[in-house]
Design a protein around this ligand. Structure first.
Ligand SMILES: NC(=O)c1ccc[n+]([C@@H]2O[C@H](COP(=O)([O-])OP(=O)(O)OC[C@H]3O[C@@H](n4cnc5c(N)ncnc54)[C@H](OP(=O)(O)O)[C@@H]3O)[C@@H](O)[C@H]2O)c1
Length: 337
């Protein structure tokens, strides 16, 4: 079967990581790149061995040699670009978060459905074998009944007027940038605990601090109650380095995931640790990838297309909408502090 021909939308940081990662993809290849600037597009294409470069995004969407696009701009442009790509008949893999709000995300999902194209939000960790292994451990009763998920994602990027992270007009802030992963993990684990792909909280208690400069949410915490005695305690920040791990506590022990989000960007192995109720290390598992994290993501997408699926099982549109609903609540709680 012919490899899926990808077009990359933007020449930013993660676009380059994706382009490099695609070298290990089994089912796809990067056919083109588009930038707002023709010069940047040409330089990116030359650096990554990409055949075609476009000086505007619309030209990429119109190109017959591209089957699917990877949208990697700042969040505020995701919805509009995804809708334009879908209407042009391109399948869409969009970086997280899919949109700025649940309402926007619903419009993107509707456009993809109307156009009959595949749409996936880029929670790449969901497609890495480590995540499948964690799920298998939980299903196998490794921690007994899951009671608490603790997830933190905090990076330290001090205020920088030139960074999208600190620019409200580009959708900056911690909750949409890194908090989204913690919500996604919590909903994933709650789903696994219930024999599903994801689950929604029955209540969300959230808090966040708006920064003086940039007026974006700089850090925050949230408590998600999934009912039935299962809760998640989440934290995020963009100028607050955290341990960036996930712990899953059950009545029979704890699973510790040291690198739950950007699992590994090379082909190195990752670890999953199991602790007993005395806090002793009971088992250590190693997961060795056979391709890059972003190649797994692109391959999960291509596989869904090959199988004629209407959604990518790892991150379905319904899953994305559930995540966005929680993110809306978390962001609404942000106050100056
Ligand atoms: N999954 C992951 O591991 C991961 C990691 C990092 C980021 N992300 C996500 O990927 C997206 C991009 O993040 P990034 O860190 O790659 O951002 P970045 O380095 O700032 O790059 C963003 C790119 O978007 C394009 N762009 C279009 N309009 C723009 C505007 N008005 N201002 C600035 N750039 C504009 C630019 O490319 P052109 O000038 O070439 O058009 C720019 O290089 C975000 O939504 C983020 O959440 C995901």
């Amino acid at each position: 079967m012919r490899k899926l021909r990808w077009g990359i939308v933007s020449t930013g940081g993660i676009a380059a990581v994706f382009a490099r990662g695609m070298a290990t993809s089994r089912r796809g290849q990067v056919a083109a790149v588009a930038s707002r600037s023709p010069g940047k597009a040409r330089a990116f294409a030359a650096a990554h061995g990409i055949a075609r470069a476009f000086g505007d995004y619309a030209a990429l969407f119109a190109d017959a040699g591209v089957d699917a696009v990877y949208v990697a701009t700042p969040h505020v442009f995701h919805a509009e670009l995804c809708v334009a790509a879908a209407r042009a008949g391109k399948h869409v893999l969009c970086e997280k978060p899919l949109a700025m709000s649940l309402a926007e995300a619903r419009r993107v999902v509707a456009a993809a459905r109307e156009s009959g194209v595949l749409l996936m939000e880029g929670f790449m960790y969901r497609t890495h074998p480590q995540t499948a292994r964690v799920a298998a451990l939980l299903r196998g009763g490794a921690v007994g009944n899951v009671r608490l998920v603790r997830a933190a994602f905090g990076i330290h990027r001090p205020y920088d007027a030139g960074s999208r992270l600190w620019a409200a007009e580009l959708g900056g802030g911690a909750i949409l940038d890194v908090g989204c992963y913690t919500v996604s993990w919590a909903r994933f684990v709650a789903g696994v605990a219930r024999g599903r792909g994801f689950a929604e909280p029955v209540s969300v208690a959230a808090s966040a601090r708006l920064s003086e400069r940039g007026a974006v949410d700089a850090d925050g915490a949230a408590l998600l109650d999934f009912g039935g005695g299962l809760r998640a305690q989440l934290a995020c920040g963009i100028a607050l380095r955290m341990d960036n791990t996930v712990d899953i506590f059950g009545d029979a022990g704890r699973v510790h995931v040291p690198s739950p989000y950007v699992v590994t960007r090379d082909l190195s192995a990752s670890r999953i640790l199991l602790f007993d109720n005395e806090g002793r290390l009971a088992r250590e598992e190693t997961v060795t990838p056979d391709r890059n994290l972003y190649a797994y993501e692109a391959d999960a997408f291509a596989e869904a297309l090959e199988r004629g699926l209407r959604e990518v099982p790892a991150v379905t549109p319904e899953d994305t909408l559930g995540n966005m609903a929680v993110l809306d609540k978390w962001r609404a709680a942000a106050v100056s502090g």
